[in-house]
Design a protein. Sequence first.
Length: 274
Amino acid sequence: MPSSVQNCLQQTLRLGIGNDACLLGWLTLQNISRTNYFEYEVASIDSDTADFADIDSCQVFTGPARHPDPAVRHEFAQCLNQSVAAECQLPHYIWSGRTANRIPVASMHAVSYPPGSAELLASAKEDLQAVLEEARAYFANLDWSNPSLEQSFFSVEGDVVHQLFDCYFLGPYASAELWPSGASRELTSMLYYRNNPTDRTFMVPEAGCVPGVDACCPDGSPFSCGGPARMAIIHGFIDKLRQTPGSQTGSILAKAVEEGVLAKIAEFKALFGN
């Protein structure tokens, strides 16, 4: 092992950090990419020494198989690729499910397939094409409509509805009077504000709050907070949208949902039609 890699490993050990940078440095010296170095190779089933554990598996015993202690070296040398599989007495796994080791057990690997893999690729393409044809036929004949569509309106603090009202009433200010209080401020006026009349921060409902007790704990949509005027205006607007399905506002919501669904169907048709 190069001295630079050894120094890197010692330094990471002293600092208590991972050694991934050391691995990258060693791979650079070897002029090989991480993907190619950790590439899996499908073992040939005709090999006399092939074992089920060799299939798509990394070699993990090569280092200890060169251990200076003959007893350790012999135990691991029996489990190499060129060894007789029946002689290996070590378990075919490195990590147990209860280990405290935080190093990932596995990740995506490149796989080197043996000669004849063209048939596997052709078969995979054929299966994929069958799925595409099925999806294409389904969406080509799909003509969705739902005259009895039931809709509901969900709104939460900070969404476009709340922002729209805040923009209209507040502009760049923290609060706004709904009617003039006079030059001397002697008349009492109701203020429109988000969380506090002196800033533009939001008040957000907390998990586990109690409706009717906590300052901001609506028991249903719209989940609005802020001053009484703000809550009354936004709630009144959304309640108007929640009228019976036959009303004008109900029809607007139903039409919006229908147009959204049809737009998605059109996207799928365009995707599978090309």
